[in-house]
Write a protein of this length. Sequence first.
Length: 271
Amino acid sequence: RIGFTIGLRAKPALGAGSVASTGADEIQAAVLARARARLAFALDYPSLELARRGAEQVHEHVGVAKVGLELFVREGPAAVAAMHELGLAVFLDLKLHDIPATVARAVGSAAAHGARYLTVHAAGGRAMLEQAARQAEQASGALTLLGVTVLTSLDGADLAAQGLHASPAEHAERLGRLAWEAGIRGFICSAGEAPRLRQTLGPQALLVTPGIRPLGGQAEDQKRVATPGAAIRAGADLLVVGRPIRDAPDPVAAARSIVRQIAAALPETGS
């Protein structure tokens, strides 16, 4: 049969070379889709208007939009809703650290806004983390809490100044164990700590890594940084990138480049 609907033109038969090419293209498209899902764009903007404009530019090349303190304090839940309108999952980066009851109620509010991820400080203690984890489970199965271990703007000297006589990797592992035992299953850590946390917590832990800088990028106020490829190879599941995309002459090209770097580092199988 030439075609099964009047008006449709019959497609020419594909030769072996065309079939192989089509298969390769589909595989590459699938790999890039996996890579995009691993990229969170940090909306470090002073207003919702600017954040929406920035997200609209790159929303087809990232999987998650990160709404941080600056934007959320100014704009509130409207920032979350705006990212949902673009079809993006929302990472609400509020780094909650307060008494257990207050944090639990805040977790419930974040879940009601439809956030996919929410940060809490692992240093908040077992009771705070346990109540937060219970609230997240009760409020919405879609919300994943991320325990912040050691900020990527800190190094060993900063920890020592706080009376913590441990390396960032040691302290991150200690906090990671505490949070895991309290029911937290996602963690914020640098690429340097990712292998150690992966070994300690196992494959079920979701490791989210900020401080990502493309090759040749400036570290700026970050002290523990890594390239996209290095972070993925270290075991990170989700990479947070802000300024290297936001401040690039061509944000779309910057996002695409980072996606390609992630794709090149992904294992051949898996998510």
